[in-house]
Design a protein around this ligand. Sequence first.
Ligand code: P1T
Length: 380
Amino acid sequence: MKFNTKAIHSGQEPEKRTGAVVVPVFQTSTYAQESPGKHTGYEYSRTQNPTREALEACVAALEGGRHGIAFASGLAAEDALMHTLSAGDRVVCSDDVYGGTYRQFERVFRKHGIDFAWVDTSVTANVEKALEKGAKILWIETPTNPMLKLTDIRAVSALARKAGALTVVDNTFSSPFFQNPLELGADVVMHSSTKYLGGHSDVVGGIIIVREDELAQRLRFVQNAVGGVPGPWDAWLVLRGVKTLGVRMQRHFENALQVARFLESHPKVERVIYPWLESHPQHALARSQMSGMSGMITMYLASDLDGARRFLEKVRVFTLAESLGGVESLIEHPAIMTHASVPPQIRGSLGIADTLVRLSVGIEDVSDLLSDLDAALAAV
Ligand code: P1T
């Protein structure tokens, strides 16, 4: 089966008792047992829930994995992966990641004895060097949030395998429609399903996809033992979103490419970063490991913080808000908003400057997006 067919059918057989075509919301915390320990396979909703299972099976199929394990947020999914480690373990990690990922690793797990080495994984040689000291996990975000740097998934997964480390890819910025890390050699894919998977900015969620049964079992154990599960309604909302993932991503891509080209030619914009522009330094890598790009664009304004503020206050079709990946276009200021939890010095070294603006291009009519940006750029 191809992508859109899987998105609509995987894990979503008509319900057995009534034939309901849409997977029902099993809004129940517990399940009746016939005799102690004699049950239908469902005991308690933290442990098993049919709505959540449908979502897990569907996204696993989209990523080419065998197991999906869903969580209440992207950060809860990351937390579960970190809980498979022990004190003394080391993680080699992309230096440019979502601010909340940095905060969780540095401020929650470091004090439990996990060591994090932050490296620019867009340079494969840096990864090779960092793995020399050993690691349990190589954690990459590609494209990164917010600088849209890419890591060569094939190359670094092979290095990690040799070093005995698992490769985890945060695939949130691509979605499974444009990039499938497991097929490129990674061991684990993680998504904030709050973003493209859900697609409508109405639910927070996270999911992990793996191929190996043993690793899946360890993660299932953490899902149940730690308990960061999504409720059935939230699982249902993400599953509904996933059905249209393919058509939405195509439109995000079309719109974003036009917006990126428009911004690149605009005198108030100093530099546009979008992996599908020929000007992106890793455009060739983008074409070799992705089949297209989402609606995420980053740009430097030819201005200062005040100019950036005026621009962000002036947009009308774009909404000034954190998050991304919904049908509506969003825009934000990483240094003040999504990456405020990254220390200023590190932000500076990554390029997260006061004039940096991040766009999540939605699926509206692109002419309205272009005129909105043009009008707001006049205020810069
Ligand atoms: O917000 P949550 O569902 O917990 O997911 C965290 C997360 C993980 N990975 C990436 C790449 C992300 O972008 C995020 C969340 N990011 C935002 C809220 C944001 O505006 O960038």
